[in-house]
Design a protein around this ligand. Structure first.
Ligand code: BEZ
Length: 620
């Protein structure tokens, strides 16, 4: 009697265990080649393959699973034998269309069970956004489904299936799940945070095309500006870059080939470039100046309403190729090709199809035609509360010299989150880093390469697993042989890095992250001979609501020179500092050279930099 009672009580548990054991539940680990017979999922289209891959140089032994989810979503899951208990999913790039196997391997090498997807179409057969088009001969009947798969469904389905596969293979649960992606993969990262907040504990968002529809509109604005009279030649880029850096490199207080925050750069092509009737590598026509102005300014309607932010100056630099050369210049340029395909097949209602041309986009009337598709593609929802509430963490980075996707798109989104959730709340789970001089996802004149993603990932893991909140993240620049030639801290937005006035400017240890507070600066005398012996004085006037005491001030720096003496006015609103002219680093000779002064202070435990600049004439 008692035995029957006990059996009745535990019967449901036995039933559940048996069912899960046969299907997806936790049980003993199984063999790689047995996995296909255990992967029973109504979403699958056809057979799943699983194959053991022996260890090779740098990559340990792993089991590779490949298959297709309805209708055409290809996925891969790689399961290292020496598993660290964690899941790592990689995002795609461009319009996807292939599995990022290469991006998965470093994670596999680190012991992560790793997954990726082609997002539902084959980019070789259907280049750019063509996968979303069903021609009149009905040769692509899954087109609409494939559009949704690219927008969001493929990543969700793959993540869910990969998690099931991982649990089945190892017979144990996943401790932590991470998403890592840049560009389109960065949009997918924000998709996870905004729409599927239960799936991942930590997310790396790299240079995301987060506002996909508007970003593609912007992709058309730039080549349109460069049409006809506006056309800029590649051989004009070095001179253009030089003019921009001469004007703006010193504004952050150090001439080092990096403009720390290009929003401070007031480069005006019409005023700051030499004009000529026939363009040459060293002069620009009125049409070219107009084109440059449009590109730096951003997308506007014919009434002048700003629809999308422009491209910050600074990416023209050759490092070794120019960011402009990569995305803006060419026939067709990559921006033109991406923008046209997106409008033909993804962003507009009704879908215009292949006859539509990139020059057909009307900046007054077409934005309204993108509203329907904005709902499925654009990851602009600032409400990240569900993700935060589950303990999720996000590290987001974007290069200041990104010519594929303006970094101002990332800043605008982060500002929206700050506005909605508040400063403290946002920074407790979400940090944005802007990378001076860095092109799309890496490269450029700064200190970050696209293979350096672990500088973010390591911080993310510490944040998620140990609660260690990331502060400055150190990036490095390497020469062709791989030798590190410069390191720099990346500071969490809105903080910026500032040289402390002592030590090698190529060593991150000599920089600090500060909150920049604008101040008025007057330099005397107004004519200086850097490199020559002499002195000059900077007088700073702080904003009305700020005061300092002498002991608050840690250093006052002007163009790499540390002040030799200084004083604070009686009311704490003025700082006067004296510098030696010979200590100033790298400033160019000429009129109107910006001399920036930064007074680094510590106030109530927070590092701030009161800063501004005056222009002087420099002689050699
Ligand atoms: C990318 O994934 O690299 C990308 C996607 C859309 C526009 C530009 C770049």
């Amino acid at each position: 009697m008692r035995v029957r009672k006990v059996l009745r009580a535990i019967a449901p548990a036995i039933l559940i265990t048996l069912t899960l054991g046969i299907g997806w539940g936790l049980c003993a680990p199984i063999k790689c080649t047995d996995l296909p017979s255990r992967i029973i999922d109504p979403g699958l289209a056809g057979a799943v393959s699983a194959e053991m891959k022996p260890a090779t140089a740098g990559v340990p032994e792993y089991c590779e699973v490949r298959g297709t989810i309805m209708p055409e979503i290809k996925f891969a899951v790689k399961l290292p034998t020496a598993w660290n208990g964690k899941f790592y999913m990689v995002g795609g790039g461009g319009f996807n269309g292939s599995i990022s196997d290469g991006a998965m391997m470093p994670a596999v090498a680190g012991g992560y069970a790793t997954a990726g997807t082609d997002s539902g179409h084959d980019g070789q057969k259907e280049p750019l956004a063509k996968f979303a088009y069903n021609p009149p001969d009905n040769s692509n009947p899954n087109a609409l489904r494939k559009k949704l798969d690219f927008a969001y469904r493929s990543y969700y389905d793959t993540a869910i299936l990969a998690k099931k596969i991982i649990r089945t293979y190892y017979g144990s649960d996943i401790r932590y799940a991470y998403w890592v992606g840049c560009s389109e993969g960065g949009r997918e990262a924000l998709l996870m945070a905004q729409r599927f907040p239960e799936l991942f504990n930590g997310i790396i968002v790299g240079a995301p095309i987060l506002n996909l529809t508007k970003a593609h509109m912007w992709s058309l604005w730039n080549p349109r500006a460069l049409l006809g009279d506006g056309s800029i030649a590649v051989n004009q880029l070095p001179f253009l870059a030089d003019a921009i850096y001469k004007k703006c490199d010193s504004i952050d207080g150090l001439v080092d080939g990096l403009i720390d925050d290009p929003r401070t750069c007031t480069f005006d092509p019409a005023k700051d470039l030499p004009k000529c009737d026939t363009a040459s590598p060293t002069c620009f026509t009125a049409g070219q100046m107009e084109a440059l102005k449009k590109i730096y300014d951003g997308v506007r309607t014919s009434r002048g309403e700003l629809l999308f932010p422009g491209m910050p100056p600074g990416a023209e630099v050759l490092a070794p190729a120019s960011g402009w050369d990569q995305w803006l210049i060419g026939n067709p340029s990559r921006q033109q090709a991406y923008g046209e395909s997106s409008m033909q097949y993804l962003c507009l209602t009704p879908q215009p199809g292949p006859a539509w041309k990139w020059t057909d986009y009307n900046f007054d009337t077409y934005p309204a035609r993108m509203a329907d598709n904005s709902i499925i593609f654009d990851m602009t929802n600032p409400n990240l509360t569900p993700f935060k509430t589950r303990g999720g963490k996000i590290i987001h980075y974007h290069g200041w010299a990104d010519t594929a996707l303006t970094p101002l798109m990332s800043i605008n989104y982060y500002e929206d989150v700050l506005k909605l959730l508040g400063d403290r709340e946002t920074k407790s789970f979400y940090k944005l880093y802007l990378l001076p001089g860095i092109f799309h996802c890496g490269g450029g004149a700064g200190c970050y390469d696209r293979n350096d993603v672990n500088i973010w990932f390591d911080k993310l893991v510490d944040w998620v697993e140990k609660g260690v909140e990331p502060q400055a993240v150190v990036g490095s620049r390497k020469d062709a042989s791989g030798k590190v030639t410069r390191t720099r801290p990346f500071c969490a937005y809105p903080l910026v890095d500032r040289y402390v006035g002592k030590g090698d400017i190529n060593d991150a240890a000599n920089f600090t992250c500060v909150k920049s507070i604008p101040a008025k600066v007057r330099i005397e005398p107004a004519m200086l001979g850097p490199g020559k012996k002499g002195q000059f004085t900077a007088t700073m006037t702080l904003p009305k609501d700020h005061r300092v005491k002498v002991h608050d001030i840690k250093a006052v720096i002007c163009e790499g020179a540390l002040a030799k003496k200084g004083s604070v006015g009686a009311k704490g609103q003025n700082i006067v500092a004296t510098f030696q002219t010979q200590d100033v680093l790298n400033v160019p000779a000429g009129a109107g050279v910006a001399f920036a002064v930064s007074a680094i202070a510590e106030i109530q435990g927070q590092k701030v930099s009161f800063e501004g600049f005056d222009t002087v004439k420099t002689t050699r």
